[in-house]
Design a binder for this molecule. Structure first.
Ligand SMILES: [Zn+2]
Length: 881
């Protein structure tokens, strides 16, 4: 066990390592139940750091088997080895030396899935953030960069495929049915990018010719019999490689690029140099098993990990505080890729929805932290929506402020100046300052100040003078992270929409700089005046969600309705409608909580009908625009004393009212949008299915009967339509015979596909009814359920805790109690997974009193449990604060 109790590590304490590791020569011998690792580290003291320092290498649950310096075994008085540390003294004062370290591992027993472990018989690794120290003693930190040569040996029948980072160098036979392969990685890399894979795998092969004419061999490895399901991932990979060349001028650098799909994996995927390892959920697809959302997800994750080759691998992070340097930037890049490959407006809508659903609650609750944290106890708990998604928003604002060309010039300079470096956020921002001459000191606050700024906008129109005055104010409330509240640099994209649609050409004067359609708000308050307007225009503000803020504006209902019809910016048509629906539901839920009926005006159903029927809009956009906000989104708008039952009741009532009002239209849409030919996963076809399935939800609510959904479930020829129908059945008609029959048929049809069985568990776990808890508790005893596989644990426990506000937040506290018991069980196997699932408690302070008390008590019980991991303790302690 690790002995440290999770003392905080602080950015201000950063020191470079006293030693350098230039090269690692590693031999890995794989046997059933045992792996022997022999590494030779070519090292020297960092010049100018003195000769006294002891070498202290990190370990984690390691056992030292041998230790030698320049070929001679070291006597025991020269070193001290514990499971988590190896200290060596008396090393040469100058020049290079070779330290040979032997360790022995049992990957079959590694349930934490960090370091080297075995999944379905396949040996594989996960080293980010601190997994390499579970393989051998090392300076396991991202600023120690070395080249690697890795020799793998295994039984040929057990592991015909032997992979590591870099290019293949040698391979051949050994006695006793064993064989070997040697891999050479010429690019210096930190240990967190190390990977190896060995096993009996199928492969899908292809090739790619780079812009400069080099041929790269591409391979996607899967478990036996699954390679045919990797075709879409391969296609996405080739499109990603081409896109990075054309959009950012970045070419791939090795002779081979491989992806391996693994079934037991803690996260989505990992960008190890030249050898990406993926959760198989993000590789394997076919129309009978995967939804349109799964196809889009695979494309995004394949692109994301590939793009890391430049933003993360060639330029890495100096320390883990800089995690957003690689993650925020790479998320921004994968979002741009998806926007270019699919619909830009729809991509921006789904990104904004995701940000508000996940990052905003984190930023406004006890787990709040800045995009670049200044301290942590367990780095694995900082792979958060703030670091990833808000980190991407910060990069996007940089592009908005500097313009496309200025941004590209800064990126070019970053690649040129820092290739081969372990860099910082300051290095990154300096490149944009040097390339454009712009001062980004105030902009840098986005990395330091936690919390969601509030942007308040007031408009005042003087009809006699044809003058519109806008007042913009920004504020930031101090939160759990206790960071500063200085005014930020907010780029606010806007338009003034005329009464016949279309943007008016009106140049403002005032106290904030306005460049094209962007207000550069740097002060706490600014005023802009537009003259010469013949009538009051509709203000379309914060287009494309140009800054991640909470917008407060007394928008007139008629303006919202007009913008939902007229705004030439498709994103803001969605926003007008989405805000209207959100506020309608917020007010409805508050009324119901107070014992009054929710009153929804008929104009809501009318604008939904007008939008749904607007053939000028892409079906995917229409589907996003007319879908009601989720219960979590509505709860966030209520802010405090939330009663999840009232939220659910209000949403159900509005769904039924709109469904009834527009029933003929929805029936007609379903008819006209049905697929004629064979299934195709392209964006246009997916958009039609999305709109058709939103219409299914409304129609079913109007009828109050499961017939339409049950019929779609039976006749669907693809997973998107089948699963959408099953979702409507579970959400609106729990326990009814049609729903039970569909669940049973779904299980029988897909019982041999674990990825689909994950969906089967998840869809039952999110059914928004108090009785779901009993069902979920029973499912935990199902023969197919296990806490050892992260996807399966997430499908039931994670879906219930994070995706079912009604049942998780049951007033009697039983939902919390059940989840807490599962967390303690998971923590014994896989602390990282337990900590991640525990973040579902992050919004407990916004609930009404009775539930708040229940949640508080459960968190206290968790905190007082014996022997919980550093990972879980960190989340529980911070959630209680
Ligand atoms: Zn990443």
């Amino acid at each position: 066990m690790r002995t440290d109790q999770g003392q905080p590590i602080r950015l201000e304490d950063y020191q470079p390592a006293d030693f350098l590791i230039h090269h690692v020569d590693m031999t890995v011998q794989l046997f059933d139940g045992r792996v022997e690792i022999d590494s030779v580290l070519e090292m020297e003291r960092r010049p100018g750091r003195g000769t006294a320092a002891l070498l202290e290498l990190e370990g984690d649950e390691l056992e030292l088997a041998s230790l030698a310096l320049d070929g001679s075994p070291l006597s025991t008085d020269r070193y001290n080895a514990t499971p988590d540390r190896l200290s060596v003294e008396g090393l040469p004062a100058s020049g290079r030396f070779r330290l040979a370290i032997g360790t022995r591992l049992a990957p079959e027993d590694n349930t934490k899935l960090m370091g080297l472990y075995r999944s379905s018989g396949i040996w594989c690794t996960q080293c980010e953030a601190e997994g390499f120290r579970r393989i051998t003693y090392f300076l396991d930190r991202p600023d120690v960069l070395a080249t690697y040569r890795v020799r793998l040996e295994a039984d040929r029948s057990q592991a015909p495929v032997l992979l590591s980072n870099g290019n293949p160098a040698e391979a051949g036979d050994l006695p006793d049915g064993r064989h070997f392969a040697v891999w050479d990685d010429p690019f210096p890399k930190p240990s967190y990018l190390f990977a190896l894979v060995a096993g009996d795998l199928d492969v899908l092969s292809d090739s790619f010719r780079t812009l400069s004419g080099r041929d790269v061999a591409l391979a996607i490895y899967t478990e036996k019999g699954q390679a045919g399901r990797a075709a879409y991932a391969m296609d996405a990979l080739k499109r990603s490689m081409r896109w990075d060349e054309t959009r950012f001028g970045r070419e791939y650098d090795l002779d081979v690029f491989s992806v391996v799909a693994i079934s037991d994996f803690n996260m989505g995927a990992m960008e190890n140099k030249g050898l990406n390892i993926f959760n198989h959920k993000y590789v394997l697809l076919d129309p009978d098993a995967a939804t349109d959302g799964d196809y889009a997800g695979v494309e995004t994750v394949i692109a994301h990990e590939y793009f890391h080759n430049w933003t993360g691998n060639r330029i890495t992070c100096r320390n883990w505080f800089q995690l957003c340097l690689k993650e925020g930037l790479t998320v921004y890049r994968d979002q741009e890729f998806s926007a270019d490959e699919r619909s830009r407006a729809v991509k921006r809508i789904t990104t904004t929805r995701n940000l508000k659903a996940h990052q905003f609650p984190e930023d406004q609750g006890p787990l709040q932290h800045p995009v670049r944290p200044e301290q942590y106890r367990e780095i694995n708990n900082f792979y958060t929506s703030t670091v990833y998604d808000k980190g991407a928003e910060v990069v996007r604002m940089l592009e908005t402020i500097l313009g496309r060309d200025g941004f590209r010039a800064g990126m070019d300079l970053y690649f040129e100046r820092h290739d081969g470096d372990a860099a910082t956020i300051e290095d990154f921002l300096r490149c944009f300052e040097d390339a454009t001459g712009k001062d980004l000191a105030q902009f840098a606050l986005w990395y330091h100040q936690a919390g969601t700024p509030t942007l308040t906008v007031e408009d005042d129109f003087d009809p006699a003078r044809g003058r519109l005055t806008l007042t913009l104010r920004q504020s930031l409330q101090p939160g759990a992270a206790r960071t500063g509240t200085e005014p930020m640099y907010l780029p606010v994209r806007f338009g003034l929409v005329g009464h016949n649609g279309g943007d008016l050409e009106a140049r403002p004067t005032g106290t904030a700089e306005v460049v094209d359609d962007v207000i550069h708000l740097r002060e706490r308050e600014a005023t802009l005046v537009f003259e010469g307007l013949s009538a009051r225009p509709y203000l379309s503000i914060l287009r494309d969600f140009s800054a991640p803020v909470t917008l407060r504006m007394d928008e007139r209902r008629e303006d919202r309705l007009a913008l939902a019809r007229l705004d030439p910016a498709p994103f803001n048509r969605w926003r007008a409608l989405s805000d209207l629906l959100g506020e309608t539901l917020r007010d409805g839920a508050r009324a119901m909580q107070a014992g009054r009926p929710a009153a929804f005006g008929p104009d809501v159903a009318s604008i939904i009908a007008a939008t749904a029927a607007d053939e000028a809009l892409d079906p995917a956009l229409r589907a996003e625009a007319i879908a009601l906000p989720s219960e979590t989104e509505i709860a966030r708008l209520i802010e405090r004393d939330v009663d999840p039952d009232a939220v659910h009741a209000a949403r159900t009532a509005l769904l039924g009212q709109i469904g009834t009002h527009d029933a003929d239209l929805f029936a007609d849409l379903r008819e006209r949008l049905s697929d004629a030919g064979a299934f195709s996963p392209d964006a246009a076809s997916a958009g039609r299915r999305a709109l058709r399935n939103v219409a299914l939800g409304y129609l079913s609510a109007a009828e109050g009967r499961p017939d339409v959904a049950a019929r779609q479930f039976e006749t669907a020829d693809n997973m998107t339509d089948r699963f959408a129908a099953l979702a409507v059945l579970c959400q609106q008609f729990p326990g009814q015979p049609e729903t039970e029959a569909a669940l049973a048929a779904f299980y029988t049809r897909h019982r041999h596909d674990p990825l689909v069985i994950d969906k089967w568990f998840a869809i039952q776990a999110v059914s928004p009814h108090a009785g779901t808890l009993d069902r979920v508790a029973a499912l935990a005893g199902h023969a197919d359920f296990t806490l050892r596989n992260p996807n399966r644990a997430r499908s039931l426990v994670g879906s219930f805790a994070a995706g079912n506000p009604v049942a998780f937040n049951r007033a009697d506290g039983e939902g919390y109690r059940w989840v807490a018991d599962r967390l303690l069980a998971i923590d014994k196997l896989n602390p990282q997974l337990a900590a991640r699932l525990a973040t579902s408690f992050r919004s407990w302070q916004s609930l009404e009193l009775a539930r708040r008390e229940q949640a508080k008590n459960i968190l206290k019980t968790l905190a007082e449990s014996n022997g919980i991991s550093v990972d879980l303790r960190d989340i529980v302690d911070r959630s209680r604060s």
